[in-house]
Write a protein that binds this ligand. Structure first.
Ligand SMILES: [Zn+2]
Length: 320
């Protein structure tokens, strides 16, 4: 996907909460903002495909001059059928983006004065669906890949079978020279077999990249998939895992701290992937100088993401 011109602070997104309050004074200003982000090249009628600029009706609908259809700017987005004012949604996105560690459902419910915890929980999950951009660029260069265990009790050795209530998460991170990290990808996997590990790497890492793993047999097929496979056999190196895989080890501890801190560790298996998506969204944009930029990306992706019915949301069935 081609990146558009870089959004400008104070023009494309508010720089501060004061500016946010000046921009979004009523429902119309909120819907105009969504309209602009949903159709950055100008409105295109989803019914007839024409690009003549629509009327805006008194109730805030877009009225197509050609097919006479009434279109809601929120239809076909994560906001579809919401009964809440768009100002409240924009506020939710502002808080999600502007808090460095994010916000949990109880926190959001309190800040926005939402009627129920369930609403806040649902909103956050809808927004998480918008945090993964389709067609995003694969990782490239030097990549570290390893698994970590999330939740449950912190006992047992590496790759212990039947670990208690723990979820296995595989993490890939770009390693920069001379130091530092690039982007990450992570996913919950059912086991540490090659059938789980190799497709993950194929999905997120560009072929030809140098992939660094430990000596685990589950990674054996990587060379055949077109990667320069570099392995450190831990028993040979004499180093503990965190020395051999400093990148993944660091990301793993940041992730666990975030799950414990912001979400009090209360993340159940089937929903974990969406929290991983949120963590990835935050981590990969950690160098954004402005939190407003994060807000912009979130709104932009939210209007480009199809609605998710509540039943699907609570089912938690994640597909890559
Ligand atoms: Zn039309």
């Amino acid at each position: 996907m081609k990146e558009k011109a870089k959004p400008a602070p104070g023009v494309d997104y508010p720089r501060t909460f004061q500016e946010f309050e000046r921009w979004f004074v009523d429902e119309a200003s909120c819907r105009n903002y969504l309209l602009r982000l949903r159709w950055p090249e100008g409105f295109r009628c989803p019914r007839c495909g024409c690009d003549t600029s629509p009327w805006v009706t008194a109730r805030g609908y877009l009225h197509c001059r050609k097919c006479e259809g009434e279109i809601s700017v929120t239809a076909g987005t994560v906001f579809e059928r919401t009964r809440s004012p768009m100002k409240t949604w924009l506020l939710a996105m502002w808080f999600v983006a502007s808090q460095k560690q994010g916000v949990n459902a109880l926190g959001l419910q309190r800040i926005l004065g939402l009627g129920s915890y369930r609403t806040a929980w649902t909103w956050l999950h809808k927004l998480r669906r918008a945090m993964v951009r389709s067609g995003r660029e694969p990782l490239r260069g030097r990549i570290e890949v390893d698994e970590t265990y999330v939740g449950g009790t912190e006992t047992g050795g590496k790759r212990g079978r039947g670990a208690d209530k723990k979820e296995i998460v595989v993490i890939a991170v770009e390693i920069k020279e001379p130091k530092g990290f690039g982007r990450v990808r992570m996913q919950r996997i059912p086991d540490v077999s090659g059938a789980s590990l190799v497709p993950f790497v194929s999905n997120v890492v560009e072929p030809g990249s140098e992939v660094h793993t430990d000596g685990w047999g589950g990674y054996n097929e990587l060379a055949k998939r077109g990667y320069k496979h570099n392995r450190t056999v831990l028993s040979d190196s004499g180093d503990p895992a965190h020395v051999a895989m400093p990148g993944v080890h660091r990301i793993s501890s940041l992730l666990k701290r975030w799950l414990l801190g912001t979400h009090h560790g209360a993340v159940s298996g089937k929903h974990l992937d969406y929290y991983l998506d949120e963590y990835t969204f935050r981590f990969n944009r950690r160098t954004s100088r402005s939190r407003g930029m994060l807000f912009y990306r979130l709104v932009e992706q939210a209007v480009a993401t199809a609605p998710v019915p509540y039943k699907v949301l609570i089912g938690g069935d994640h597909n890559m």
